[in-house]
Design a binder for this molecule. Structure first.
Ligand code: NAD
Length: 308
């Protein structure tokens, strides 16, 4: 079997196009576009790329995107002061603080920052109030990556209700909210993590398998039931040529891309899974574009709710 590739770029483009009329209507009504404040602390190269893509997508969709940068030496108090300023601003409808924060800010810094963002502007959906609402099935602003996965499944005609979904990874930003959203759609959900015994055996019972671990090519064919849908959330930069050649083979386009750039983003799912799965999201071009599309949708939703 060769898995059907689920095209995240195309699905994200559909969602962004469907948000356009709402953005235009808001702008005409409010006399200003919906505003998104993005805070980037330090110069983590992966974060630079994510933020650049978010700024571009926001601008292309007609949002006002305000990128606020703080140096890697900024203190947690500096960051909290900036968040307070964005909370108080009339022009910022959404606020996103890019993770990870510099390690020097200390353990627990990210949670303190998420706790400080006005829940009505929390377009990442990480504030405890929004997490609580998500658990209760009444969230207004849902975390972007898991809600993007639901869009991929829905728009690809993959049924969720009554199916067995296995989520590998239990982080606050992907694994846990992913499991909640699948549960709300009447899937039977199993959450796996680093202490789960017989992970391949558990994963292979899934109709829908979500890999959100951050370990390149960890999920091999033995994890996947023939015909299952596999969603690869993982994105890990790999700079070892040997790893790329082993995964994709000499002469593959992926190896050629690696030669050009000196590194490659690799998902959690091994390329050989394409021989077993029924449907599969690629990396890149799968879940990533949806994360950005859902961020834009959340910003519009936050702007509309604040204007009421
Ligand atoms: P995280 O490090 O916070 O969590 C990883 C989870 O995986 C943990 O719950 C851990 O228990 C589990 N895990 C780790 N090793 C394991 C193992 N050997 N077996 C089973 N479980 C294991 O990561 P995260 O923030 O949830 O992100 C996960 C991946 O998704 C990363 O690669 C990240 O870059 C990527 N990501 C992508 C997008 C996107 O838009 N495509 C968005 C967010 C995160």
């Amino acid at each position: 079997m060769t898995a059907r590739l689920l095209d995240g770029q195309a699905i994200a483009a559909e969602i962004r196009a469907s948000a356009l009329p709402g953005v235009q209507a808001f702008t005409a009504r409010a006399g200003r576009p919906p505003g998104l404040g993005i805070v980037l602390v330090g110069d983590n190269p992966a974060s630079e790329v994510y933020v650049r893509n978010k700024v571009k997508a926001g601008n292309d969709t007609g949002l006002w995107v305000d990128l606020q940068r703080l140096p890697a030496t900024a203190s947690l108090d500096d960051l909290l002061a900036l968040v307070a300023r964005l909370n108080a601003s009339d022009r910022h409808d959404g606020i996103l603080v890019q993770s990870p924060l510099p390690a020097a800010m200390g353990k627990g810094a990210a949670q303190r920052v998420f706790d400080a963002i006005d829940p009505d502007k929390d377009v990442d959906g990480f504030h405890p109030v929004n997490v609580g609402k998500l658990v209760q099935g009444r969230a207004h602003l849902k975390p972007c990556t898991p809600s993007g996965v639901i869009e991929i499944l829905d728009r690809s005609g993959i049924a969720i209700a009554g199916r067995h979904a296995v989520v590998i990874g239990r982080s606050e930003i992907v694994g846990k909210p992913m499991a909640m959203l699948l549960l709300q759609r009447d899937a039977t959900v199993t959450i796996c993590h680093s202490k789960t015994p017989d992970l391949p055996g558990v994963a292979a019972r899934a109709d829908i398998l979500i890999a959100a671990i951050g370990r390149p090519a960890f999920v091999g064919p033995s994890f996947v039931a023939p015909g299952a849908t596999v969603i690869d959330v993982g994105t890990t930069p790999v700079s070892d040529r040997g790893v790329i050649e082993r995964l994709y083979g000499a002469g593959s386009p992926r190896l050629a891309a690696f030669e050009k750039r000196g590194s490659l983003v690799v998902g959690d799912v091994h390329p050989k899974v394409a021989d077993v799965a029924g449907a599969l999201t690629p990396v890149p071009g799968g879940v990533g574009p949806l994360t950005i599309a859902m961020l834009l949708k959340n910003t519009l939703a936050a702007a509309e709710a604040r204007a009421l």
